[in-house]
Design a protein. Structure first.
Length: 149
């Protein structure tokens, strides 16, 4: 799968490096005075210092949680997701939405959790027990109630 690239604003590089490089263990790539690249599981994310662009994120209700409307993240293999969630719990990491299984028993069943970086950017880490379900849709049953005769 091709790698994606995402650039996003941060308040400063010190706390950004501690979060992405330290806590999330992302390898650091190129950098300059006002930006730094990280390897997020093979994808390039670029943190650019722009504190005035760091704003609180609105939420939408999804399966009983206030999910940040603007967020990014990664879909991990099932065991890797559980290992990361446990490592973050053990480190005392504050979760925006704690690790859980969402949409239990439905087509979109997934393991998920959300974190905020020090600049307020929301990240989601998710996993599907069956990776083929990543884009699966629930079947819709056609109603014959309003069908033309």
């Amino acid at each position: 799968m091709p790698a994606f690239h995402l650039a996003f604003p941060v308040r400063d590089l010190v706390s950004t490096r501690a979060f992405y490089g330290g806590l999330l263990q992302c390898r650091e790539g190129r950098s300059a005075d006002l930006w730094v690249d990280f390897d997020l599981h093979g994808h390039q994310i670029s943190a650019h210092v722009k504190p005035e662009a760091c704003h609180p994120v609105g939420v939408n209700e999804v399966d009983g949680d206030g999910v940040p409307v603007r967020h990014f993240g990664i879909v991990l293999e099932w065991e890797s997701w559980h290992a990361l969630a446990e490592r973050l719990r053990a480190a005392g990491t504050p979760f925006r939405i704690a690790p859980k299984i969402r949409f239990r028993g439905e087509v979109g069943e997934q393991a998920t959790f959300f974190l905020d970086d020090p600049s307020g950017n929301a990240l989601e880490f998710k996993s599907f027990r069956d990776p083929a379900r990543l884009f699966a849709r629930a079947e819709k049953h056609e109603s014959t109630e309003h069908a033309p005769r």
